[in-house]
Design a protein around this ligand. Structure first.
Ligand code: ATP
Ligand code: MG
Length: 431
């Protein structure tokens, strides 16, 4: 094994100390902020590699505005990236790829060439129709999807009986809109689920809602893309959502939000994904097979949550659903754009060069920064950052000690162990 240092190494201080993070029972909730091109994604990638290899924590990434995760399934290239390989060697660390899969939420307009190595490491994933029908907050995602409490009751009737048992001739077993229409309105003298007197009002509005989402090409039923994956582990079969199956197998997954995040139902996806991970993290199967912390990572979170509705929904899901097994690592150009439910619970902060007075004021107050430190924040160079929170240091003589919560200036962040995406030229296949 290559674990010379058991902690996750972050980078070197001015005194030549190595700054590290410990394996903790409760996972950290870290924020990485600062201007473009200063090293946020590289730090995130570094944390991910080490947390995965050293701590065996599992990760789900919700990101990829820029395709940043696509090279993490590769080691550094000795012909091109020798300087990173050498920096790793200073710590006796190898360059080592991550087991990664890329999940693309399916939409009608998603083209094959936008998928990373389709059906090798890149896969389309669909949204379960059942989740859509049962979601109490459909209107929250899209104002055109307004449904009254009464309509909601009838929508549920399309799917299950009064006792909550799935109807075998219900909406989940209909293959096309025509059949759904017949289920709602009735056909050949057979009554539909919606009473006749309501056909023009409620019936129509429910049908239009379903037709709209059906035609967007996001649902498992309308796209014929499974919303679950199957894994066979030690002869036992597990069926679950794609990201949960990856968690169960210890494979990192990356939700590619590039195309989907601009869609008006995107909040629904993120809500489902987060709730699903929170729930799964404490499930018996995950606990038995992995039982390790899970880190949800989001690079450029404010661009992913690019409107107030999405941001508010995510905020609420995190506030209500947070569990002790799931940690967060987020990056943002502006720290203050982070959802409040995450800011409230942060344990670690990494701050790269920033000109944002609002952010600087926050850190100054929170960590009692002096004039030099405040000035530094505006002038940090590439791969330099401040770190706030609990860290472990190793000095040149190998002494190990804590930072006692004091602010740390890192003058060189450690490169990731897997390749960091940088330049489109490297890639054979990008849009
Ligand atoms: N694989 C690489 N090889 C060489 N240089 C790299 C590589 N990856 C990143 N860099 C350089 O390191 C710097 C930091 O990159 P990184 O992607 O971490 O920045 P960032 O803070 O995430 O920026 P952005 O806000 O643009 O995403 C950039 O200047 C980039 O050009
Ligand atoms: Mg970046």
């Amino acid at each position: 094994m290559w674990q010379e240092i058991p902690e996750v190494a972050i980078g070197w201080t001015e005194m030549g100390e190595l700054c590290c993070m410990e394996d903790t029972e409760e996972p950290p909730r870290s924020s990485i902020s600062g201007q473009s091109g200063m090293g946020k994604t590289s730090l995130l990638n570094n944390l991910e590699c080490q947390e995965s290899h050293k701590f065996k924590w599992n990760g789900v990434n919700i990101n990829d505005i820029k395709g940043d995760t696509q090279t993490r399934c590769l080691p550094w290239n000795p012909r091109r990236d020798m300087k990173f390989i050498k920096e790793l060697a200073r710590l006796r660390e190898p360059t080592i790829p991550m087991s990664y899969v890329y999940l693309h939420p399916t939409i009608k307009t998603l083209k094959s060439n936008q998928i990373f190595y389709e059906d090798e490491v890149g896969f389309k994933v669909s949204f379960p129709f059942k989740k859509f029908i049962l979601d109490p907050n459909i209107k929250g995602y899209n104002l055109n999807w307004g449904v009254s409490p009464k309509a909601r009751k009838y929508m549920i009737n399309l799917l299950e009986d009064e006792k909550g048992n799935e109807l075998l001739d219900g909406i989940l077993y209909k293959d096309n809109l025509e059949e759904i229409k017949d289920l709602i309105f009735g056909k050949d003298g057979i009554d539909g689920v919606i009473p006749k007197k309501m056909h023009d009002t409620l019936g129509n509005s429910i049908y239009h809602l379903i037709k709209d989402v059906w035609n967007r090409g996001i649902l498992d039923k309308s796209t014929k893309i499974n919303s679950t994956w199957t894994a066979i582990i030690n002869g036992k079969k597990y069926v679950n959502s794609p990201w949960n199956i990856c968690l169960l197998c210890g494979i990192a997954s990356s939700m590619i939000t590039k195309q989907a995040r601009n869609q008006d139902w995107f909040a629904m996806w993120i809500k489902y994904l987060l709730e699903d991970i929170f729930e799964f993290s404490s499930s018996e199967e995950y606990q038995l097979l992995q039982g390790k912390n899970i880190i949800v990572r989001a690079d450029e979170i404010s661009q992913i949550l690019n409107n107030d509705t999405t941001k508010e929904i995510v905020n609420k899901v995190i506030r209500e659903g947070r569990t002790e097994t799931v940690g967060f690592e987020l990056s943002n150009q502006f720290f203050s754009d982070t959802p409040q439910s995450i800011i409230t619970n942060l344990t670690h902060y990494f701050v790269f060069r920033t000109q944002s007075s609002k952010d600087i004021d926050f850190f100054t107050k929170e960590f009692k920064l002096n004039k030099t430190q405040i000035n530094d924040l505006r002038n940090l160079k590439k791969f330099e950052c401040y770190a706030f929170g609990e860290f472990i240091f190793y000095d040149m003589n190998g002494n190990r000690y804590s930072n006692d919560g004091k602010a740390i200036k890192i003058i060189k962040t450690k490169p990731p162990n897997a390749q960091n995406f940088w330049n489109k030229r490297w890639l054979e296949k990008v849009e």
